[in-house]
Design a protein around this ligand. Structure first.
Ligand code: SF4
Length: 337
């Protein structure tokens, strides 16, 4: 709950309005797991809160660890399963969270898109992924790159970002949070109402090719995304990146690199090249590292900062594009034993 919502809770429980901040401190700073631990609230009011509200903390239903240290956590949420991926890397420990169970966007290269849409997660279910894993206190960065399109669930994602970044809440620096989108209606609201970093899943620089792998291109074409991001300042506090999965003989030629550099010319941004993690029954294939490096160098030569993102968690189907509730379904018989 936001501070405003906690104000309503305080009023309903017969507490003074300043108790909203007291409750927020217990929830988001001291991270208590029971209302009865909120010891600066009168005992009778705590009992009322306990009888009428839930803490909303749900531990992961299961987890699986990769040989490279990446851990995939499976949560029950909104009547389905969602996955969050913890990626330790030196001093940087990133948690990749989901914003929806499934996804409507049907990107050709993505297992989540393949499974279809089940439900929007609530802000509580999003934050639960961050607070309920055993490594919660070691997380340094959060990326909204798990299951779902965040701006197809804009209200709850913005609410989660509010609670995560505002001083009444977790007080995370927005610089340590990145939200990734294919481009959707809620993007403008995010740019206006949040100062977290933005990652755009591009994967093709022209409409025809992008549409062939990402149906969203019809409703929210790439030129619209570019037009929109050009209206905001990404040169100082806030970072903008473009994600580009390199597919063999599809978007990997020197002319593709030239077209991409032209599209992004003048925008303060970086491009992250991602190796395609093959999923069954698609015509797409991955390229070798030599080709990835040549593509990166072609962009760098044209003044576009470009890096190749390391793949993590591929052996546990936790890498980019591989998340799916079907993995969770596979572990369901173990839950509750
Ligand atoms: S890539 Fe993202 S937007 Fe596309 S189907 Fe997968 S989860 Fe949805």
């Amino acid at each position: 709950m936001t501070l405003e919502e906690l104000g309503s809770v305080a009023g309903e429980a017969g507490l003074p309005s300043y108790s909203a901040q007291q409750i927020a401190d217990w929830l988001y700073k001291k991270k208590v797991t029971s209302v009865h631990d909120m010891t600066n609230l009168p005992a009778a009011r705590r009992t009322y809160l306990d009888e009428h509200f839930e803490m909303g903390l749900t531990p992961p239903a299961d987890s699986v660890k990769s040989a490279d240290g990446t851990i995939k956590y499976i949560f029950r949420a909104s009547g389905s399963f969602v996955e969050a991926v913890y990626i330790p890397s030196g001093e940087r420990n990133t948690l990749c969270v989901s914003s929806q169970a499934g996804c409507k966007m049907s990107c050709l290269f993505c297992m989540t898109g393949r499974q279809g849409f089940t439900a929007n997660l609530t802000a509580g279910e999003i934050i639960n992924q961050i607070q309920s894993i055993p490594e919660a206190e070691t997380i340094t960065n959060i990326v909204f790159m798990g299951m779902g399109e965040p701006f197809d669930n804009t209200n709850e994602v913005l609410k989660a970002l509010n609670i995560l970044t505002r001083s009444y809440g977790y007080a995370w620096s927005p610089k340590r949070i990145t939200v990734s989108t294919v481009g959707a209606k809620g993007l403008k609201r995010f740019l206006d109402e949040s100062s977290c970093n933005l990652a755009v899943s591009l994967h093709a620089s022209n409409t025809k090719e992008r549409f062939s792998i990402m149906p969203v291109e019809k409703a929210f074409p790439v030129y619209k995304v570019i037009e929109l991001v050009k209206q905001y300042d990404f040169s100082h506090q806030r970072r903008l990146s473009f994600e580009y999965i390199v597919f063999k003989d599809f978007n990997d030629s020197p002319s593709h690199a030239t077209a991409l550099a032209a599209l992004l010319k003048g925008i303060p941004c970086r491009v992250n090249l991602i190796r395609y993690h093959a999923i069954p029954d698609t015509p797409l294939a991955c390229v070798d590292m030599k080709k990835m490096e040549a593509f990166r160098d072609a962009l760098n030569m044209r003044g576009i900062v470009c890096t190749i993102r390391l793949s993590r968690g591929e052996d546990i189907s936790a890498a980019c594009g591989m998340l799916s509730s079907s993995h969770a379904n596979a572990v369901e018989p173990r839950i509750g034993r």
